[in-house]
Each structure stands twice: as C-alpha cells, then as structure tokens.
Design a protein around this ligand. Structure first.
Ligand code: SF4
Length: 1015
C-alpha cells in the first residue's frame, strides 16, 4: 500500500541523510515514519539498503521495523537485499562477537537473560557471609541487582565503587554499597567461569574495546552510511556513549522517540539522551542536529487526544499538542463507585454492552497501574463469562490456576509454607474446610511438647500434621481420605521433581494435579482464559530454566514476589496471543499497544498517579549510584537538606507518573473508561476511603468526558468479597462446574438421577455419547480417587508395551520414579509450537531457537520446528490435537490424541510428528494402527474417509516421512494386533524384552536384563 507522507513527515524526508531528532508523539506513526525515511534514503538518495543500520529496543520492535521497512522498499529492488535492524543490545553483541577477544572475552560466550543473571547473583550472594547486608531480606538481592544495573548503565565496574569508597570512611551507606559491589565482583567472576555475559556486559565491554582501539570504531562505521534509532528515549547513557563512539562527529544519525513516553527512567533510561541528542550527534558541518516533530495522531479520536494533551502538559508543559488525523467518534466515560467490586462490575457491564454491539473481546483492555488491582477485576470479569488474557507476570499471579501452581511450587520448595498449603487444601482439588484445618492445627498444638528442652522430634508444621492424619480422631472421613490423597500426590511430586528444572517441575505439577483436565472441563470462555494464562506462565518458567538442575525454584518464587510488588519491572511491551479475549495488563507493558476500548481502574489518590515508596536517593540508599559516577547530568547535584532532596525527587517522580498516565490515555482508539472507588482491599477494606486522584479529577472535569455516576462512600464495608452470587448458580449444580464434574466422577449414577428428575434423559444420554471421546479423561479422576482400575490403555502405553512389557509395567501398572527425558520435553515443546502454528497463534515470547530448530539430520538438514515449517504439513490441517477413544472386542478402551489430520476429498492423511530422526522400530507402528482404526470408527465431526494414509513425519531428520495406506486388510491386521497386546496386558504378561531401546529406558537402573543388554 502506498503511503502519502504527511507534511510533517515530508519535512523530515526532505532533509535527507543528515542528523535529525524526530519528536514523535504517541500514535503519530513513529515506526511508519522510520520506514518512510529509510525507503526515501534508498530511493531518492541512492543509499544501498545494506548500508543503513536500524536499531530499536526490543526483538519484537526490531522484527516489526524490519518488516515495515521491507514493505516500503522499492519493488524493483532484489527482495533479498535488506536493511540491517538490531536491538541496541544486539548491535553491541555483534561488536563483541567480532572484537571481544581484544578485551579477553571468549567470543563464543553465551548471553544470559536477566532472569538467569538474577539467579546467579542470588547464588553468589547466599554463599558468602555479609556484615551489613541482610541475607534474610529478599529485597537485598533486588537492591544488589539494581546497583549492578546502574553500574552497567554508566559503563562502570564494581571495583570503581570500591575505589570510590576511600573518601567515605565511616559512612554506613557506603560500607553497605561496597559489600554490594563485592558481591557484584563475584558475580562477574562467576560469569567468566561459566563463559557467559549479561546484557549490560554487551554494552560495557564493546565500549571498552572501542575506547581502547580507536581505529575499530571507524571500521564498524564505514560499513554504513546512515544510522536510524527508534525508541531513542529509552536508551541509557552507556548505550548513547557506545553509539556516539562509533557514529558521533557528523555521521548521519536519525533518532525517533517521544520524551514524554520515557517511563523507564528509574531503570536507567536517561531523559538527557533525547534532550541533548542535537548536541551529541551534530550534523556534518558541526551544527546541532535538525529537530522535527510529529503531532498528527492516527490512532485516536479528538476527545481522547484532548484529554491526552492535558495529561501530557502536566509532564511537559511545552510539549506539542497531538492533533487527530481522522474524524473518529470517541467517548470518554468516568465512574466513581462505592467499592472496588462495584467498579469492576461497572467495567464488566461496559464491556458486555460493547460485545453485544458486535465489538470483539480482543478490542478491549483493562490497564492497571498496580498489580494489586488485578485480582478483583479478573474475578468479576471471569464471573461475567468474559474471556481474559492477563499479559504480565504480576497480574498473572492473581489468576486462580496460576496462584494454585505457585502454591504447589512453594510447598515443594518450602514444606512449612502453611499459607500455600492451606490454599491448595481449600481449593477445588481437595475441598477441605476451615473446620478440617482447625482440627489439624488443634492436633498440632496438642502434639507439640510444652517442654521445649525435650529432645524427641514432634510435628510442628501443617504438612507434618497431614502425615499423621490417621492419628487425628475427629477428622471427617472425607477430609481424611482427601488428605491421604494429597499426601500421596505431594510425596510423588517431591520425589519426581528431584533434578528437574523449573519448567519441567511446573509441567509435572499440572499433570499430576490433573489441572489440564480441570481446564478442559470448563465452559469455553473460562477455558480459553485458563489456557492462555497457563501457557503464558509456562513460557515464563521456560525462560527461567536455562540450565538443567539448577536450584531455581526458590529464586523463581522470589522473582514472582518481586513482580507482584513492582509492575514496572517487566520492560518489554506485552506480546498478545491473538485470541479473542480481553487483555488485562499494566500500563508499562501496554506501551506500543492499542485497542478500540480501554478501561483504567483504580485511578485514586496515591495509586494512579502512584505515590513513591522510596526515592532513588543515593545519600540514603546504598543501592543507588552516587551522582558523581553518572555519565549524564540529569541528576548532577543533590541538595544536602533532606526536605529539599525529598522535594526534588518527589517532583521527578511526579513527572514520570504523568508520563505513565499519558501512555495509558493514548492507548484507546475510541473509548476510554476511567474509574475509581472509595473502598479497596480484599477481603478487608482499607481503613479510610480512597479519594479521586488528580488524574481522575482531570478526566472527570474535562468537557470531553461524561460521568456515569459518582456513588456515595457510605460506611466502611466489613469485608469485600467477590460473591459466588455474581451470577445465578446453575440450579442443578449449585457448587459450580468443577464440583459437578467431581461428583460425576465419584458417583455417575447421581447425574443419571438428576437427568431423570428434570426429564431430560434422552438429551442427556445423547450428549454423553457425543462427548464420550473428550470425557474419557475424567475417568482418570476416578482412578485417582477410588483406586479402581479401568480397562483402558493409552496409545503411548500400548507402544511401550509392544516394545517391552516390563517397561510398560513400570510406567503404568506399578509406576517407578523416572528421570525426566530431555528429548521428551523437547518433543512436547515442538508439538505445542505446531499446535499454536496450526491455530494461527504465536508463542507469547520469542522462540528459543535451539529448542525448536535443531540440526540433527545426518546431512545437516534443519530439524525440529524448522523442518515442519518447510514441510508440506505446514499447510492448514483439518483437525489437530484430536482426542479419541476406541473400543476393542475384548472390552479394552484405547485412548489417544492424533497430532494432525489432513484431508483431501475423501482421503485422510493422519500424521504423527516425531521430534527425533527416523527409527524403524515395529512397536511404533502400533500408534499408527490405533490412529487408523480411530479414523474409521470414531465420530470426528467431519465426513468419514474412504481411504486413510498414516504417516510418521520425523522432524529431527529434516522431515523424512514414512507412510502406509490403511486398506481393509491392513485395518484387520491392526485390530488383531491391538487385541493381542491388550489380551497380554489383561493376562498380566510383563516379561522384559530387551533391545536397543534399553539405552533410552528410564528404568535401566532397576532392570538387570536391560543392563545386561547394554553391557
Ligand atoms: S531396560 Fe530394557 S528390558 Fe528393562 S524395562 Fe527397560 S526396555 Fe525393558
């Protein structure tokens, strides 16, 4: 599509290749302008695309920019010719990989993520003794990390702090700062030992190399003719120095950004970089860089921009005013509720009204200033059956499924964490009541010795009381049996999570607690909500698990605590799934995103704009970098007087908060809902009512807004609780869906009786039949709760049995602990990725290339997901991840899940993706035999096939395929084979059959026959 530049854009294009600062207001098409500038440099000024270097902040932004530029380049240009686009860190990494050897850095060093860096700091910190630092205070670790970040932001080493401390003898703050710097020195040594670098090292080490070898800067610079910097307002001084070292002194540098969207100042972004760009990057003749502004907003309508301009003026009175590019009808509505529940109800009703009018859920978002405000909105919107996607970690923790998973992690890490334990026991899986818990704690009190000097060990924690639940006389029988079940599952998880990394541990918890089954049993919208949120959390856990076996769960739980308290910790803008769900996200993570309709709740005094907790005062806090060490001069002098210093920091903080508000107000295209309430706090409300904040008053009093009401405060409520009665309960299942499903699994006759009572027996039976394939998994609940055996076997179990009956015995009949298989983990990741691809979604975070794209084919062929992407199977399948159940004549049920079914007329091709390379093991054929039978016998909701092909696609071998045609004879043989196998299982034949597969068997350590086989 051809874009006609606006007058503002044309002025920039006319300047050609020279240094320019572009002040781009929110929604003014910043990235489009960058793309136009680059296309203009190529077309009008004859600059080769490869000689233009682009930089931006995040991988996501870099990918978008590269795509936009590619779309704008002249079509006559060879498509393979591209502009080089990096992240700021990525560019530094490239310099380091070329010249790192000059700084003694191994150029093959891996780059560790901030999450892993945090673990490493934790490790070195906890293994040293400290005089002034409190190792029991979790915040100490964050403070050390903060100091480390600031050192990196200003090209410093920890040793610089130690040296600088000499003139501060006797100063306690400096003494603590030196201890922190010493920890950071040890952290650097640990990185060197592991041959890794962190993000800050990339910039610091590159800068150091270029400073020490001036000729290198010219070598790098000469590769390019123009540098284009996007989101420049978020860069830190170290990044500015690195860029200026290479591209200062008249090289054409075009920087685009918005100083009024600098919301990461506290994380190192320096407002001075953007402010003083015109001096830092002069034009070729030495004069200051050109200065241009973009004010034509292409996103929002007039009324929204009027409000946004007012908010922006609070942060920057001299800022340009945004003007609407289009005549869009807009609406701004404020509402002041009595309490947070009523406020969330109001938001839910606004969204329901929009949805009823045809607006997609994905066109709505709730933006929060603080994580603590998520829980009530998540709960109330959920009760209105609105699908939700919580797009940041802190908010995610208030989602029930995630909170449950976190509680399990907590008790596996710290068994005495009784709060987490109680949360699990009160949950839907075990359904204990307060009275049950009281009996456990009473027993504990009785069991504990009064004489503290007695030496016998006595139970003192809740988990120990559960271990002794058989001795507690007054427990209800149901409570006792549930506690026994909990205890069994807890012990199994303790055993099986040994040696697993975090992501594997999370997956195992979800498997063992049957969380996925619970999710699948939910109605569609809550199911979508739960799935999106669990996937997001698993992505996070993956990111946190870079090394196998590291003790990362404790660090991860610390990290979650920190995220819960500080929403701005997550730097990158959120990546959304693309599903039709309302986004719930913090304002910080909403930067760069937009929706048709946005609600901003809890706009109350002290909350939004937020009151500062602790000012970044280096005179009081050891983790703040003293001003004399800074590379910029935004804080060059601090008043000695405490009050004046407080006022100084308060003003800076307030300006930043107004910039955050400006980011929030410029996200919606059409509707902005701003609300607040008197009473917050769950379940106990705060003691005094909250009041409207300055921001709320600004919006409410603006002529462009309308008020939907201002409720009276009324007396302070005793408790704020989201009532079960938010929606009328189903009269048949007053306890909700989950409890109904549990009841069904425990006593199926009850459902038949209810169906008979209300006269819907036929409809009920017909539904039961049509959903049988999906419901079969609920049978597993029966097994877990009652110990009854079910005559069914999974396809995986059958393949295992066909290979070695003993292995099947130890997997499924009398399970032994097994080690986690990395190949299986990788396999399930590839399957998940394929499923997302087929559903038209992308993972929430960037792919980890090594995980998906392995070069493990014999001839170096690309493997993994890449092999899938280039195969014929990357086209749209008719059915994916399709569960089925088939019955055999001997009464056995076989259950399985088909990866993908492709159809062409009446021909079906059933495909099973293997992440490894080809192995011609006859046992594997059992899998295709079961699938082919299912294709012919199970109702999949599409016309039956006349012909079926079954295929293994070996992605690890570069996509090699093995196919068979399942004609009538083939099918008859398949059925016979499955019946033979299940007959043998029923007869208890579990003799070992050793073979080359023993090398990969999880039970080799227990199996003498297998050990003989492998020698
Ligand atoms: S080691 Fe070999 S023989 Fe033993 S159970 Fe495993 S696969 Fe079977």
């Amino acid at each position: 599509m051809t874009i006609i530049p606006t007058a503002e854009q044309q002025r920039i294009l006319d300047l050609g290749p020279t240094s320019i600062r572009v002040r781009a207001g929110a929604g003014t098409g910043k990235t489009t302008t960058v793309a136009l500038v680059i296309a203009n440099l190529v077309e009008t000024h004859g600059i080769e695309p490869e000689r233009i270097l682009g930089m931006t902040f995040t991988n996501k932004a870099a990918a978008e920019l590269a795509q936009k530029v590619a779309d704008r380049l002249p079509t006559s240009l060879d498509q393979s010719r591209q502009v080089e686009v990096h992240t700021y860190h990525g560019f530094a990494a490239q310099v380091l990989s070329e010249y790192g050897v000059l700084a003694g850095v191994d150029t093959r060093s891996g780059v560790i993520t901030p999450t892993f860096a945090r673990q490493l700091i934790r490790d070195v910190f906890l293994h040293e003794s400290h005089l002034r630092l409190d190792i029991t205070n979790r915040q100490t670790l964050d403070q050390i990390r903060k100091l480390g970040d600031q050192l990196g932001d200003h090209l410093l080493r920890p040793e610089d702090i130690v040296r600088g401390s000499a003139i501060h003898e006797g100063d306690d703050v400096w003494a603590a700062r030196v201890e922190m710097a010493e920890t950071l020195s040890r952290y650097n040594a640990a990185k060197a030992e592991l041959r890794v670098v962190d993000y800050a090292d990339l910039v610091t080490l590159s800068s150091r190399i270029l400073a020490a070898h001036p000729g290198l800067a010219a070598v790098v610079r000469d590769r390019y003719q123009v540098l284009v910097l996007d989101e420049y307002q978020d860069t830190n001084p170290a990044q500015r120095v690195l860029i200026a070292t290479i591209f200062g002194s008249g090289f054409p540098v075009i920087a685009v950004g918005d100083e009024d969207q600098t919301i990461y100042e506290w994380r190192g972004a320096s407002a001075e970089n953007f402010e003083r760009f015109i001096d830092h990057f002069p034009t070729a003749d030495g004069s200051p860089a050109h200065d241009e502004g973009l004010t034509l907003n292409r996103r929002s309508g007039d009324a929204i921009l009027q409000i946004a301009n007012e908010i922006r003026a609070r942060a920057n009175p001299g800022a340009d005013r945004l003007e609407p590019a289009h005549d869009i009808e807009t609406e701004i509505i404020t509402f002041w509720a009595r309490d947070a529940l009523a406020e969330a109800e109001w938001i839910a009703r606004q969204f329901e009204g929009l949805h009823d009018g045809g607006v997609a859920w994905s066109e709505m978002a709730v933006l929060f200033r603080k994580n603590k405000d998520f829980a009530i909105v998540v709960d109330v919107l959920g009760k209105h059956d609105i699908p939700l996607e919580v797009a940041n970690v802190g908010g995610l923790l208030s989602v029930p499924e995630i909170s449950f998973l976190r509680a399990w992690l907590a008790i596996l890490q710290t068994p005495e964490d009784s709060a987490a334990l109680a949360q699990i026991l009160f949950g839907s899986a075990y359904r204990l009541g307060f009275a049950d818990l009281a009996r456990l704690t009473n027993w504990l009190t009785r069991a504990s010795p009064e004489d503290a000097d007695r030496e016998e060990l006595h139970p003192v924690t809740l988990i120990e009381a559960i271990e002794h639940s058989d001795q507690i006389d007054d427990l209800r029988p149901e409570a006792r049996s549930r506690l026994r079940r909990f205890h069994r599952e807890y012990r199994e998880l303790l055993l099986e999570t040994q040696g697993l990394n975090l992501a594997e541990t999370c997956r195992l918890i979800l498997d063992r607690t049957r969380a996925w089954q619970d999710v699948e049993s939910l109605p569609p919208n809550p199911r979508l909500t739960a799935r999106l949120n669990l996937y997001r959390f698993l992505d996070l856990a993956d990111d946190w698990s870079p090394l196998r076996g590291r003790p990362s769960v404790a660090a991860f739980l610390d990290y979650l605590d920190a995220m819960e308290e500080e929403p701005a910790e997550e730097l990158d803008s959120a990546r959304l799934s693309g599903e039709d769900a309302v986004t719930l996200v913090t304002v910080h993570r909403a930067k760069g995103l937009e929706w048709g309709n946005v609600a901003i709740p809890a706009v109350v005094a002290g909350n939004f704009p937020s009151a500062s907790g602790a000012f970044p005062d280096p005179i009081r806090f050891p983790y703040q970098l003293p001003v004399e060490f800074r590379l910029d001069s935004v804080v060059s002098e601090l008043p000695d007087d405490d009050t004046m210093r407080g006022a100084f920091f308060r003003t800076r903080h307030s300006l930043q908060e107004w910039r955050v508000a400006y980011v929030a107000a410029t996200r919606p295209r059409q509707r902005l809902f701003v609300s607040g309430a008197y009473w917050y706090g769950l379940p106990e409300p705060r003691l005094t009512p909250a009041q409207p904040s300055e921001l709320f008053e600004l919006v409410e009093s603006h002529p462009a807004s309308t008020s939907a009401g201002h409720a009276p405060a009324g007396p302070r409520p005793d408790v704020l609780r989201t009532h079960e009665g938010g929606r009328d309960p189903d009269p048949l299942f007053a306890g909700g869906w989950q409890s109904a499903l549990r009841m069904a699994s425990e006593d199926p006759d009850r459902l038949d009786a209810i169906a008979a009572d209300v006269g819907v027996v036929d409809e009920y039976q017909s539904l039961v039949s049509s959903w049988e394939e999906r419901l079969f998994r609920l049978g597993e609940l029966d097994v877990a709760d009652t110990g009854e055996s079910v005559k069914s076997v999974s396809v995986t179990g059958l393949v295992t049995y066909a290979q070695c009956p003993k292995r099947y015995f130890w997997s499924d009949v009398d399970p032994l602990p097994r080690r986690r298989n990395p190949a299986a983990v990788r396999g399930s990741e590839i399957h998940r990725r394929i499923e997302l691809h087929q559903r038209g979604q992308v993972p929430f975070e960037d792919m980890v290339p090594d995980l998906y794209d392995t070069i493990d084919g014999e001839g170096g062929a690309p493997g993994g997901f890449q092999a899938y992407e280039t195969s014929r199977f990357a086209t749209q399948a008719t059915l994916i991840e399709t569960p089925f159940i088939i019955g055999l004549h001997n009464g056995y049920l076989i259950r399985g899940r088909i990866d993908a079914i492709y159809t062409s007329g009446s021909l079906w091709e059933i495909v099973d993706f293997k992440s490894g390379s080809r192995r011609d093991d006859p046992a594997r054929m059992v899998q295709l035999q079961a699938y082919a039978l299912a294709a012919n016998e199970v109702e999949f909701g599409i016309p039956k096939p006349e012909q079926v092909d079954v295929t293994f696609a070996y992605l690890g071998g570069g996509g090699e395929e093995v196919s068979e045609r399942a004609d009538d004879d083939w099918l008859a043989a398949a059925r016979e084979r499955l019946e033979e196998l299940t007959d043998d299982i029923a007869a208890g034949r579990f003799e070992p059959t050793p073979g080359e597969w023993c090398h990969h068997c999880d039970f080799l350590q227990f199996c003498a026959v297998g050990q003989t086989e492998v020698g």
